[in-house]
Design a protein around this ligand. Structure first.
Ligand SMILES: Cc1cc2nc3c(=O)[nH]c(=O)nc-3n(C[C@H](O)[C@H](O)[C@H](O)COP(=O)(O)O)c2cc1C
Length: 378
């Protein structure tokens, strides 16, 4: 195994992840599709980590504006994130009957919250290739992605433009596929993670490996640097990730709890409360498997026999309830995205969170460095 950390004292931050991304600390604020903000991205990048912006839900012109806004807030490297696969099979053919079946379990909530029932509209796609074109033209520092392997031409162009590529995997086989495609940095995301599973070789349900098991297997399977994601919420998690062979960490849920995130007040409050102790995986929120705080809406949509539309049709449908629930301050009917370590969230200030992490990790990193180098010598 390639040594994950250099062996001189207090040098934990100098990994291949920090050098290839051009950052001081190998700490990445994970993209938070739908809840990313330019401010959070820039705050993390300005601190010396890598801020990421989840842009998959945006039209190309909006992505262009976001990049310009982030650039006005930071001169440091940042990542723009897209989803390679933007829809499930069936999204183009799903019709009004399926729509009516999937509307049934949430129709009562929409009406009780004073809304009008939505009507069927055929799927209008946003194309990954068009979004990626904006990232390439803008020469973003880092192009991060999930849910697949980008086409060769896009990866070739990134290489030619000096854009660092970083892709998420949920199994060692997916890591090998990304390495073979020439991706620079691999994010190994355990099932503890908040938000969507990005599995692309097998179904998400058949790719549920925890971070503790996944990270060392991915680190052994590929020679490119590996970032650990899923369930990392404090210095203990960061140190453990490094001991497992990661050269960086990606954290999402703890950053959602910060005031700079796009999460609404009720969501952030839930993340910082005892409610966050129970999270659940569901396809009910969007059509793809994703993790959020267990609430009434997850429970109802996870019931056997509930018809779920293909991604992203289910997402658009459920939004009808969620938007009204947010206005009515009813967290039990919101999408409270969160990973399994949400209950460890303490900080509401992203810069303070990073400062605390760096201080605490620096205190123990040397012994992990020693342990890792002794392990490599055996
Ligand atoms: C609300 C939310 C949205 C997310 N959106 C994306 C996304 O669009 N693209 C992506 O690659 N990862 C996305 N993630 C995953 C995070 O970037 C990160 O890898 C994950 O949250 C790490 O696990 P943790 O939640 O336990 O910290 C999202 C996570 C959350 C909680």
């Amino acid at each position: 195994m390639e040594q994950a950390l250099t062996s001189s004292p207090s040098q934990w931050k100098k990994t291949r992840v920090s050098s290839s991304l051009g950052i001081e600390f190998p700490i990445i604020q994970g993209p938070l599709g739908g809840l990313s903000t330019q401010q959070l991205t820039a705050t993390v990048s300005n601190f010396g980590g890598l801020g990421s912006f989840g842009a998959h839900g945006l039209a190309p012109s909006a992505i262009k504006d976001v990049i310009a806004e982030i650039r006005a807030l930071t001169t440091k490297p940042f990542a723009m994130n897209l989803w390679v696969s933007m829809e499930d099979e069936g999204a183009f053919t799903s019709g009004s009957e399926a729509f009516a079946r999937s509307l049934r379990p949430i129709a009562g909530h929409i009406q009780a919250l004073g809304g009008t029932l939505p009507t069927y509209k055929p799927y209008a796609p946003i194309k990954f290739e068009d979004q990626a074109r904006v990232l390439l033209d803008a020469k973003v520092p880092v192009f991060s992605f999930i849910a697949g392997v980008p086409p060769k031409e896009i990866l070739d162009e990134c290489r030619a433009q000096g854009i660092v590529t970083m892709g998420t995997v949920t199994t060692p086989d997916e890591a090998i596929a990304l390495e073979q495609a020439g991706v620079n940095v691999i994010v190994a995301s355990g099932f503890e993670a908040g938000g969507h599973r990005g599995s692309f070789l097998r179904s998400s349900e058949d790719s549920l490996t925890g971070t503790f098991s996944l990270v060392p297997q991915v680190a052994d399977a590929v020679s490119v640097p590996v970032v650990a994601a899923g369930g990392i919420a404090d210095a203990r998690g960061v140190v453990a990730a490094f001991a497992l062979g990661a050269e960086g960490v990606q954290m999402g849920t703890v950053f959602l709890a910060s005031e700079e995130s796009g999460a609404n007040m009720h969501h952030r409050k839930a993340l910082l409360s005892g409610d966050a102790r129970r999270t659940t995986l569901t396809r009910g929120f969007t059509g793809r498997l994703a993790r959020g705080i267990h609430n009434q809406l997850i429970e109802e949509l996870n019931r056997p026999g509930v018809d779920i539309l293909p991604y992203p049709l289910q997402r658009a449908l459920v939004k009808n309830v969620v938007t009204l629930a947010e206005k009515a301050a009813k967290p039990e009917l919101m999408q409270l995205w969160a990973g399994q370590s949400a209950n460890l969230s303490r900080q509401t200030d992203a810069k303070m969170l990073l400062q605390t992490l760096v201080t605490e990790v620096s205190g123990v990193a040397d012994s992990v460095v020693r342990w890792n180098s002794e392990r490599d010598d055996r």
